[in-house]
Design a protein around this ligand. Structure first.
Ligand SMILES: Nc1nc2c(ncn2[C@@H]2O[C@H](COP(=O)(O)OP(=O)(O)OP(=O)(O)O)[C@@H](O)[C@H]2O)c(=O)[nH]1
Ligand SMILES: [Mg+2]
Length: 322
């Protein structure tokens, strides 16, 4: 490996773990040496060029200043991983948490740098307008003319930056995987008439009316599981304990089990609502097969995680981690 480059770091600014359209890889420090080691040519400061990025993809390379460049390949995981590996092999270290002002030299102050940094990473489209308004809100607060921030309010809004975890729990064969597929718009989960079809956890990122969530379909909970299913059920409960929202799924004919489930927010979802008369109401009735109630469920999930009142609230949002 070539010798390390002092004061030179890279980091991914766009959300990782997703298959986003474009990734932004920030490099600051000895930019010309880094790009040279990757077999690339650094554009002049202030210029943007389209070129091969480390041989992994063709994309934009933007030189914001003599010591700062952004590589913008397609955001597929394999491409990003390949470029990260090439950077590591070239002796360039990944950055830890650092002052966002060094990442955004164009920002007027710290709050604007934090805002730009959050905008680059935010998972949800709903975050954009709220983030853009934060410098104004924080300066009103600091000048004594605006309200103060609130930890609970800020924690909820931060779900717009880091996609919250939504976990479906319920008995086998109530239509959890069919609903997951319907929400995801493609077959991500295996569906069948045999109870116990889902043996593993299927996670998918879904835009729910502007709020991007990580939805996990779990194997059905069964009364007398075999050893493999018992293991799967314990993983489901572990996931449930980390969930921001649990979807407790029951069938039209029978309510979901009462638990005990990990404490946290829940929505009781009456599945396969196209099948006959309901014996229990649930918070939302839905049919993954016909699509009935799916739009209502999407709104209910979004509004439970980030309530409309929180979106309309004019208090400043503490959207960065210390
Ligand atoms: N009528 C009707 N049938 C459905 C609906 N959703 C699923 N089904 C059927 O119910 C059966 C079970 O569906 P799945 O989606 O595999 O159910 P699951 O809850 O994921 O089952 P496990 O993975 O075994 O826990 C299949 O035969 C589906 O076609 C629905 O909304 N309406
Ligand atoms: Mg299933």
């Amino acid at each position: 490996m070539p010798p390390g480059l002092p004061d030179t770091r890279w980091r991914i600014l766009t959300p990782t773990g997703t298959t986003g359209g474009i990734a932004i890889i920030h490099v600051d420090g000895e930019v010309e040496a880094v790009l040279g080691r990757l077999g690339m040519k650094a554009p002049a400061p202030g210029r943007v060029a389209l070129q091969s990025i480390a041989g992994a993809d063709r994309g934009l390379v933007a030189r914001w200043s003599p010591r700062c460049v952004h590589l913008m390949p397609h955001g597929g995981r394999a491409v990003v991983r390949e470029i990260a590996d090439r950077l590591a092999a070239a002796g360039v270290s990944a950055a830890g948490e650092e002052d966002p002002r060094s990442l955004y030299p164009e920002a007027e102050d710290l709050i604007e740098a934090r805002m730009l940094h959050a905008l680059a990473r935010a998972a949800s489209p709903l975050a954009i307008d709220l983030l853009l308004d934060q410098p104004r809100r924080w300066s009103a607060f600091e000048s004594g003319s605006g309200p103060a921030a609130d930890a609970d309010h800020s924690r909820r809004l931060s779900r717009l930056i880091e996609a919250p975890l939504v976990v479906m729990l319920g008995p086998a064969n109530v239509g959890k995987s069919t609903l997951t597929n319907s929400l995801a718009g493609s077959a991500v989960s295996i569906v069948s008439e045999a109870p116990g079809t889902t043996r593993d956890h299927v996670g998918v990122m879904i835009d729910m009316a502007g709020l991007v969530v990580r939805l996990v379909d779990t194997p059905g909970l069964r009364e007398a599981p075999g050893p493999e299913e018992a293991e799967a059920a314990s993983i489901a409960m572990e996931l449930a304990s980390r969930a921001d929202l649990l979807l407790l799924c029951g069938d039209t004919a029978s309510a979901p089990p009462d638990g005990p489930f990990p404490a946290g927010e829940t929505l009781r979802v009456r599945m396969r609502c196209d099948l006959g008369t309901a014996s229990w109401p649930g918070d939302v009735a839905v049919s993954g097969l016909t699509g009935a109630g799916v739009a209502t469920l999407v709104r209910a999930i979004r509004d439970r995680l980030v309530p409309p009142a929180a979106m309309a609230d004019g208090r400043p949002w503490r959207f960065w981690a210390d």
